[in-house]
Design a protein around this ligand. Structure first.
Ligand code: FAD
Length: 505
């Protein structure tokens, strides 16, 4: 067997300029590259582990695995591995650890921070979990579902639904993201207010450690106080501490009734107070509470077929949804009564309550169309931050004031999962502005927005994680104690730095 080395093709070392709407990354590939060669012997042995159906090594076939969703990050690798079992994953990782080859776990590759594609060093293999898509166990009595990491989220939801149960994690990428990716990014989405992030939906995990050992933590227990909760280490770790191969997920009763309303509120300060009022008055049946500024409705009216549901224009809106698994729970009248209380308390001024499934769907479409519709305004400097729910108004007021003063004519588009304190705070270019000039202010603007979030005890990354895009922010906002703890964990579990090198820490 020859032992030549594979090196990335010429011209793949230079990173493309970030697309409009993203900021300069502030890191250097050279600082995060492993040894840029993998011997042919190692490649052959890796191929032998998975067999002919389990790898891709031709450039056309590899392309989809080496570039990210938004075509922002581009990596190089001689080999994409597609193992079909935990044993194969373990054998691959064992060999990579011995040969000091980086392993980049990949799910649906819908992550937005560059965590799922390799660096351009060529010293890493991509490990797609897509072939590991079996449902291992469904226990409707225990309200648990045990699935392999490569199951697509929409499929997991369907399996649960077919058994009369709900798996509540839901996000716009659910048709292609995988449960392993969701757990590794601690995904959020639209149902966090009621059910929590992905982290809170897991009872047990199976993980292949960087040593190649398999940790079988697939416990279906609601109570297990036996020392450290090890699964938490891997949830949200973005593949930097091991490969998640399977998980025991929590299920819930399937909702049978819902009530949806678009509520106009007098000012942004009323939003968290309205949430508190509605939670109490509705028996805590609120599943969604999504804020939209008037600028959002203007965009929807101008660029979609969704008109303004109100006759009058208001400045602030909240989309509210209640759900219940009780049949004939009378949610609509509960919502009406809860809104009456809100009007009396002065935290709501008007409301449109959906009187059919189609109307509810139309109200939801307003919220879901926003990301796409705002592109009509040109490029934007975007932020996805979180603060304690009670401090959301202060964040929006301070961040808006700062942006309007910093860039004359810039248009703030603020919306988001306000019930979780998560705001999408986007600054769109002034009409007719010079795009390059506008984007050149990106780092300065983003730093200030993230500083404001930090001053309000918030986070610069509410969803999506760190990947490579936000590594420099991690260093800026985490305390030395926290950073050292993270690095110590990484060194202990992965002393040879083979798991997703260059990502997170
Ligand atoms: C249109 C759109 C809407 C989105 N909406 C949301 C949203 O509302 N909320 C939200 O949180 N995110 C959202 N995202 C981001 C993305 O969908 C989530 O981060 C998702 O959880 C990623 O899953 P994935 O399978 O695509 O993972 P990938 O993108 O493949 O990987 C993400 C990270 O996880 C690691 N990883 C993947 N699988 C494994 C595994 N089995 N073991 C260990 N590590 C692994 C990768 O190495 C990488 O670091 C959205 C993305 C798009 C494109």
């Amino acid at each position: 067997m020859s032992c030549n080395s594979w090196a990335p093709p010429e011209g793949r070392h230079s990173r493309r300029r970030p697309s409009p709407g993203t900021r300069a990354l502030g890191y250097h590939w050279s600082a995060i590259m492993n040894d840029a060669t993998i011997s042919d012997c190692t490649l052959d042995r890796l191929k032998a582990i998975v067999g002919p159906r389990g790898y891709i090594d031709d450039p056309a076939g590899k392309a989809a695995y080496l570039n990210d969703e938004r075509d922002l990050f581009h990596g190089a690798s001689p080999l994409v591995l597609r193992p079909a079992s935990t044993r194969e994953v373990a054998d691959i990782v064992t060999l990579c650890n011995e040969a000091r080859v980086g392993v980049v776990p990949q799910g649906g590759n819908t992550g937005l921070v560059g965590g799922s594609v390799p660096t351009e060093s060529g010293g890493e293999v991509v490990m797609s979990l897509a072939r590991m898509s079996k449902v291992r166990d469904l226990d409707p009595i225990n309200y648990t579902l045990t699935v392999e990491a490569g199951c697509v989220l929409a499929e997991v939801q369907k399996v649960a639904r077919d058994a009369g149960r709900l798996f509540p994690l839901s996000l716009a990428a659910e048709g292609s993201c995988q449960i392993g990716g969701n757990l590794s990014t601690n995904a959020g989405g639209t149902a966090v207010l009621r059910y929590g992030n992905a982290r809170e939906l897991v009872l047990g995990l199976e993980v292949v450690l960087p040593s190649g050992e398999v940790w079988n933590g697939l416990r279906r227990l609601r109570k297990d106080n036996t020392g450290y909760d090890l699964k938490q280490l891997f949830l949200g770790a973005e593949g930097s501490l091991g490969v998640v191969t399977a998980a025991v997920l929590k299920l819930f009763p399937l909702p049978t009734d819902s009530a949806t309303a678009l509520v106009a509120i007098p000012d942004v300060e009323a939003a968290p107070r309205l949430l508190a009022t509605l939670r109490e008055a509705s028996g805590d049946t609120i599943t969604a509470f999504e804020y939209m500024h008037r600028a959002c409705l203007d965009i929807l009216v101008a660029y979609t077929d969704l008109g303004d549901p109100f006759e009058e224009a208001y400045t602030h809106y909240v989309l509210v949804e209640l759900t219940s698994s009780r049949r004939d729970s009378g949610l609509r009248s509960l919502l009406e009564r809860a809104l009456e209380t809100a009007f009396d308390d002065g935290v709501a001024v008007n409301a449109v309550i959906a009187s059919s499934g189609a109307q509810a769907e139309r109200l939801w479409r307003m919220r879901e169309s926003l990301s796409e519709a705002q592109k009509n305004l040109g490029v934007g400097i975007k932020h996805d931050v979180s603060v304690p729910v009670s401090r959301v108004p202060e964040f929006i007021v301070r961040a808006t004031r700062y942006c309007e003063a910093a860039i004359a004519g810039a248009r703030v588009v603020a919306f988001g999962h306000i019930g979780d304190g998560n705001i999408h705070f986007n600054l769109m270019q002034p009409e007719g502005a010079d795009v390059a000039e506008f984007l050149a202010r990106g780092t300065e603007i983003t730093t200030r927005i993230h500083d404001i979030a930090a001053e309000l005890d918030g986070s610069f990354s509410a969803e999506h994680g760190i990947g490579v895009l936000k590594k420099h922010e991690l260093e800026r906002y985490k305390s030395p104690v926290e950073l050292n703890l993270m690095r110590a964990l990484k060194r202990t579990l992965d002393p040879n730095n083979i798991m997703n090198p260059g990502k997170v820490v």
